[in-house]
Design a protein around this ligand. Structure first.
Ligand code: GLA
Length: 661
């Protein structure tokens, strides 16, 4: 209890002229703490983040805010506040190796900082003179080692106020500038430079092309097993005999022509570049229907997404039946799980699974679906347990091209057996079944990274694997998941992709409750950073927002072909991370043409100049610098890359070596 000290401090402040007798105390706990952003949990009033009494280094406090790194609270002062005081430290209940830094920023200037704090450290007295400051930012950083156990207390925290009271406000949001230039009327061919399949299997490829329609397509060197519709640009048929088949794609319209090489590789490997498409989950949860899937496929064409390479239209959970006795609000989704022959029964919102896949194919797109190796899916619908082969054959018979296989209730099957073999078993089983089918089905393992799945996902027949739990919508979590995902970069290669979950921007279903779609909470700069991270990591690119509410800004983030080309680069490399101080890092990715993609990221709360010397990027000599979001060349760089990067934003460039003189 630090009451006497508080009294002494007040007396000193009055003596120094910072306080007058009329000054009023406003406790931090009186502010609207719903505006506080933090890396884990919710801010607590007069309690630690774990809802225990506030205690730092053995000292108990009655009042204060318990939060968790990385935490920010923006406060508008309107000239009324004279001073902020508090005691800061790691809460004694953190229960692990926390490391935290507290900081107060006034109008972008550091007013006070704690330095690194660890569990058991005595509380540090916080004092900041706020006269003349318009906006105060309370920050808790993670000490550079991730946010685990970072339980942070702003104890006894209060403002001394003589006029307008401080007010918690939302973080500043910059205007949503459309960086991606509008495609011109002349044809521009996009999409992967390579695609693959197993000999003799169903082949479908809609040539991604921007530009005004009508457009005429041609394909020189097209194997005889394939046909091109010159009006739609859709190539269909069967995968040609084993080997590489270079095809020169051409497109022509009234405004010009374009050409691009596509290598069709017939062999054993699918997903030679990260799969791209749309998945319904984080927009529609258990509300999905056949009609919504068809509409999403239509919009994938109409919006131009397919013209930059989005291809799969994937149903997630809830297309099957849940048990009749389950407490489901929608009776259309309950009923028998299987028929007399043991076949899984789609629910009444999906009256024709084969017809749905055929419809998606008729647009030149591919179809995906979802199940679990357990008896039930994560949402409690019929899983594939003990019907794996039967279900896989059914999915292939219906014409599906992609399967997300989600662990969910499989834990009940293994009953606490945490061995690696137990983890691999259901995926190996499905992987082997799919290999025997006469249809190519991309297998997405969804088990949240258990047992270091990146090390064995490909071995059991997977083509991509989630490396973490569900991503959620918080920026810090997005950065954390991305940085973790990039740690597994050595396993990323054609046919084998680390999957950090879907792109959730635009309108997304409101968070955990599975609510109706609403605008995502990310700022424009954060959305550019999100998409850039995923492309630099060669992540599967699945948009999972509401397709019926795609706006111009969202499409500009999703559909920049020069940015997507980084994701789809045939080398398949995941970028490596280069830390650049407390709040910035670079991601550096080697590309097949010997250029490099580099993202300079600013996680800080203010715009910053971020600089990466050539030694960090592993290059030498002069380079042409292309700004990928704006699709324009900047001036050459000779020894370092330097960019103004917005708060939580990115500068994404491609560096091309200049021929040496
Ligand atoms: C898990 C997965 C999600 C989604 C849901 C469906 O949480 O990680 O991506 O598929 O199940 O229930």
């Amino acid at each position: 209890m630090l009451r006497p000290m508080r009294f002494v401090l007040a007396a000193v402040l009055v003596g120094a002229g910072w306080l007058s007798a009329a000054d009023e105390t406003v406790w931090l706990t009186e502010l609207d703490l719903s505006k506080m952003r933090q890396g884990w949990g919710r801010p607590q009033i007069n309690r630690s983040i774990r809802e225990k009494p506030l205690k730092i280094g053995g000292v108990a406090f009655e009042r204060g805010v318990g939060t968790h790194a990385r935490s920010t609270l923006w406060v508008a002062l309107a000239g009324g506040a004279g001073r902020f005081t508090a005691f800061a430290g790691v809460d004694d209940a953190a229960g692990g190796p926390a490391s935290i830094e507290f900081r107060l920023m006034g109008d972008g200037r550091t007013l006070w900082e704690s330095g690194l704090m660890k569990p058991g450290d005595a509380p540090k007295a916080v004092e900041a003179d706020l006269r003349g400051v318009k906006t105060l930012l309370l920050m808790v950083d993670d000490g550079g080692d991730g946010i685990s156990f970072d339980h942070a207390d702003w104890a006894d925290a209060k403002f001394v106020v003589s006029g307008a009271k401080p007010r918690a406000v939302s973080a500043p949001v910059e205007p949503g500038v459309l960086l991606t230039p509008k495609p011109g009327p002349a044809p521009r061919l996009n999409g992967p430079a390579v695609c693959g399949g197993r000999p003799g299997h169903f082949f479908l490829y809609r040539i991604p092309a921007q530009g005004q329609r009508p457009m005429t397509f041609a394909a020189e060197g097209l194997p005889s097993t394939l046909r091109l519709d010159p009006h739609t640009g859709i190539i269909t048929g069967t995968v040609p005999p084993r080997g590489e088949h270079p095809v020169r794609l051409r497109a022509e319209n009234a405004h010009g022509r374009a050409a691009r090489l596509l290598r069709i590789v017939s062999g054993d490997t699918l997903a030679l570049t990260p799969p791209m498409g749309w998945n319904h989950w984080y927009a529609h949860y258990n509300r999905i229907t056949d009609a919504m899937m068809r509409e999403a496929a239509d919009i994938m064409i109409r919006s131009g997404m397919a013209d930059v390479g989005y291809q799969y239209v994937n149903i997630d959970d809830c297309w099957m039946n849940a048990r009749p006795d389950a407490k489901r609000p929608d009776p259309m989704r309950t009923g028998p799980l299987r028929d007399a022959a043991g076949d899984v029964i789609p629910n009444r919102h999906f009256p024709d699974m084969g017809g749905l896949a055929a419809y998606i194919h008729s647009l030149g797109l591919k179809a995906g679906l979802y199940t679990s190796p357990g008896p039930f899916t994560c949402a409690g619908y019929a899983g594939a347990y003990q019907h794996e082969e039967q279900d896989a054959r059914r999915f292939a018979g219906w014409g599906y091209d992609f399967l997300k296989y989600d662990w969910c209730s499989y834990g009940q099957v293994v009953k606490g057996d945490n061995s690696l073999e137990a983890m691999k078993k259901p995926y190996r089983l499905m992987g082997d079944i799919l290999k025997r089918l006469d249809r190519d089905i991309v297998l997405n393992l969804c088990q949240y990274g258990m047992g270091d799945v990146w090390e064995w996902g490909a071995e059991v027949g997977g083509h991509c694997w989630r490396t973490s739990g569900d991503l959620g919508f918080e920026l810090d979590r997005i950065f954390e998941v991305a940085l973790k995902n990039a740690e597994h970069r050595q396993w990323s290669k054609p046919g084998a992709w680390n999957d950090p979950d879907y792109i959730q921007i635009g309108h997304i279903g409101s968070a955990r409750g599975g609510g109706l779609p609403e605008p995502c909470p990310l700022t424009p700069s954060e959305q550019y950073a999100f998409m850039s991270l995923w492309c630099l990591m060669a992540a599967p690119l699945f948009y999972s927002g509401d397709m019926t509410r795609l706006d111009e800004f969202t499409l500009n983030v999703l559909c920049n072909p020069e940015v997507i080309e980084i994701d789809q680069d045939p080398l398949g490399q995941c970028a490596r991370v280069v830390p650049l101080g407390a709040h910035a890092f670079a991601m550096v990715k080697d590309l097949a043409d010997h250029s490099k993609a580099v993202g300079l990221f600013n996680r800080g709360e203010f715009p910053a100049v971020v600089e990466a010397p050539w030694s960090d990027l592993g290059i030498a000599g002069p380079h042409r610098v292309r700004d990928l979001w704006r699709q324009k060349d900047l001036s050459d760089a000779v020894s370092a890359l330097r960019a103004d990067v917005p708060r939580h934003g990115v500068a994404l460039v491609r560096l091309f070596p200049r021929a040496r003189q």
